[in-house]
Write a protein that binds this ligand. Structure first.
Ligand SMILES: [Zn+2]
Length: 147
């Protein structure tokens, strides 16, 4: 195996992308175990938050460190050797879009919680997330969460 073919590289990138759904699964499982019931991928909201608690007005984003340019870990600063400019621009755009989505959601009265892929390994960070969600009491006046 002396060089990686283009096909192979594409397959590798696809694998990275689908692996990125895994952190979200871990977060979901943790929240579920903690008695929190949520909705997924609210397409009607800016940025399609990964996990939504409509009655508490909380939207959770689970960010892959590489794709969203995490500043807390090495993955977020990783440079892709081929097409470096393409990737850094892409990630820069992702970060910008994330910020705009957060702003738009706040305007609509949502609270936004973001958890990074690299934080998920830490149980205490997950516990913190769960307690922030629980701290926001469901609003009865809001349209029934159970529809
Ligand atoms: Zn990170």
């Amino acid at each position: 195996m002396d060089s990686i073919s283009r096909e192979r590289r594409t397959a590798n990138m696809a694998a990275i992308r689908s692996a990125n759904t895994k952190p979200e699964m871990l977060v979901r499982r943790f929240l579920h175990q903690n008695g929190l019931r949520y909705r997924l991928h609210s397409t009607g909201l800016p940025g399609k938050p990964d996990i939504v608690f409509p009655s508490r007005r909380i939207a959770v984003f689970v960010h892959g460190c590489f794709w969203h340019g995490c500043r807390k870990c090495i993955d977020g600063r990783r440079k892709v050797r081929s097409n470096a400019d393409y990737w850094s621009e892409k990630i820069c755009r992702n970060r910008k879009r994330d910020r705009l989505n957060v702003r738009a959601l706040r305007k609509l009265g949502w609270n936004i919680l973001t958890i990074w892929e690299c934080e998920i390994a830490t149980q205490s960070r997950l516990a913190e997330l769960a307690s922030s969600i629980k701290a926001a009491a469901p609003q009865r006046s809001h349209r029934s969460a159970r529809s």
